[in-house]
Design a protein around this ligand. Structure first.
Ligand SMILES: Cc1cc2nc3c(=O)[nH]c(=O)nc-3n(C[C@H](O)[C@H](O)[C@H](O)COP(=O)(O)OP(=O)(O)OC[C@H]3O[C@@H](n4cnc5c(N)ncnc54)[C@H](O)[C@@H]3O)c2cc1C
Length: 405
């Protein structure tokens, strides 16, 4: 599977991350986490709250996968509107999903505050605008639903947008409670935090096979060394699709740029997050170093190398259209594999054919927030045997759904 290509920005913000050895001996633990991206890091965080004996392995360096390509927007509202969630899963489960995303954004703030190095978590307001005038009606319906269920939203008419921003749109939802952060610093920081609590980490260590043994698992790595464990958690991100393809997963390519440091964010109040109703959507944020991050232009899976220069120029043109008064050039750009789901929700829990294994696949544009929900569910499944929201994200959840996004 094509993964990440181009010139990444986040690794440059943390020039000396902690390094971990490769596995060179046979070892044992209670829970093995496979994958050192955000999802694996977050599972380790919650398991270490319960003092579980954990080993984490990654076939690359930790945070070397999708978590380094992530643009770091942390949103309550997401790819699947509350309206669509309620259509698909019913009122109670639809609203519950949105409550969970709100809690996860708060949870990420709490975790960020516990790390030795700040991952630049900053609360941001968010503008979700109508890409076309015809989208304003459904946007207003979405606003009314969000307001009804207590989410902190306002509706902006065209005049409200023109008064505040350098561009004009027919309408927009303006919300509070979202955030931004640096996903690379965060993932490295959470893993370092778990290491301080006794977790063992092995980089450049690939899991190639596992078999049931003694009521648990014996896991084989590429070096021939083994890990005996009671449970294994696959936090292998989009690469999980190479191991077992899920019918619900939709694989595509996504593109991002990071601009030069700009002098001022003129016509962009409070450096709020910005996204839109079009699908695929454009999404935009600022970052503490004074740069602008733009992502989008998703398309069916491509050889990203070939198209990322073209996409870089298109993304730059789109941001300049919104903010013509801010001179920008793309200093970093990348293309990355991206996986969403047909029904709009991530996938957490057990899969048939994998005894003693759990999966946390935070698929979707809000992958960090989803991975936070997933980590809490996986940790509870391991330490308590159940979690009240596990059914909503189960791999066989089709029995709960009545429609797709
Ligand atoms: C361009 C782009 C922009 C995005 N922007 C946002 C955003 O703004 N906000 C947001 O919330 N989400 C965003 N996402 C989604 C987000 O990046 C992902 O949901 C999240 O990073 C996934 O984390 P992960 O840990 O599941 O996967 P990864 O970070 O990919 O980690 C998986 C790890 O597993 C390892 N691995 C795989 N197989 C094995 C094996 N067999 N043995 C050992 N190790 C293995 C890999 O090396 C990798 O390090 C974006 C994604 C992309 C592509």
């Amino acid at each position: 599977m094509i993964f990440v290509t181009g010139k990444l920005y986040w690794p440059e913000t943390l020039p000396a991350p902690s390094l971990y050895p490769a596995l060179t001996e046979d070892v044992k633990c209670d829970v093995l986490i496979i994958g050192g991206g955000e999802a694996g890091a977050l599972v380790s965080y919650y398991l270490k709250q319960h003092d579980v004996d954990v080993i984490l392995v990654d076939k690359r360096r930790v945070s070397g996968g999708s978590s380094s390509a992530n643009t770091g927007l942390l949103q309550i509202c997401n790819d699947k509107t509350l309206t669509a969630c309620m259509h698909s899963f019913g009122e109670q489960k639809g609203v519950r999903f949105y409550e969970l995303t709100r809690q996860a954004v708060d949870e990420l703030e709490k975790i960020s505050g516990q790390l030795d190095r700040s991952p630049d978590y900053i609360r941001r307001e968010c503008l979700y605008y109508a890409s076309e005038p015809a989208d304003a009606e459904s946007l207003r319906t979405e606003y009314q639903l969000l307001k009804k269920y207590g989410f902190p939203v306002m509706y902006f008419e065209r005049a409200d947008i023109e008064k505040r921003f350098s561009f004009s749109k027919e309408g927009a939802i303006y919300s509070k409670g979202d955030a931004e952060f640096n996903p690379y610093k965060f993932t490295n920081g959470v893993i370092a935090h778990s290491v301080k609590k006794g977790m063992r980490v092995y980089e450049n260590t690939e899991v190639v096979h596992q078999k049931v043994q003694d009521g648990g698992l014996l896991v084989y790595t590429n070096s021939g060394r083994t890990i005996a464990c009671r449970r294994a958690v696959f936090a292998t991100g989009y690469e999980a699709q190479s191991m077992k393809r899920n019918a619900n997963a939709v694989i595509s390519s996504s593109y991002s740029i990071v601009t030069n440091q700009v002098e001022a964010f003129t016509g962009w109040p409070h450096g709020c997050l910005i996204w839109e109703t079009a699908r695929p959507y454009l999404y935009i944020r600022t970052c503490p170093e004074g740069r602008v991050i733009v992502g989008g232009l998703d398309e069916p899976l491509q050889k990203q190398d070939a198209s990322s220069l073209n996409k870089r120029d298109q993304l730059l043109a789109k941001i300049q259209e919104l903010f013509p008064q801010i001179p920008m050039r793309a200093e970093y750009y990348w293309g990355a594999t991206f996986v969403g789901t047909h029904d709009g929700l991530p996938l957490f829990g057990e899969q048939e054919g994998y005894p003693h294994c759990l999966f946390t696949l935070g698929y979707g544009g809000n992958g960090t927030v989803y991975s936070t929900i997933g980590a809490q569910i996986i940790s509870d499944l391991i330490t308590k045997g159940s979690h009240a929201d596990a059914d909503l994200f189960a791999f066989d959840r089709r029995k709960y759904a009545s429609a797709t996004v």
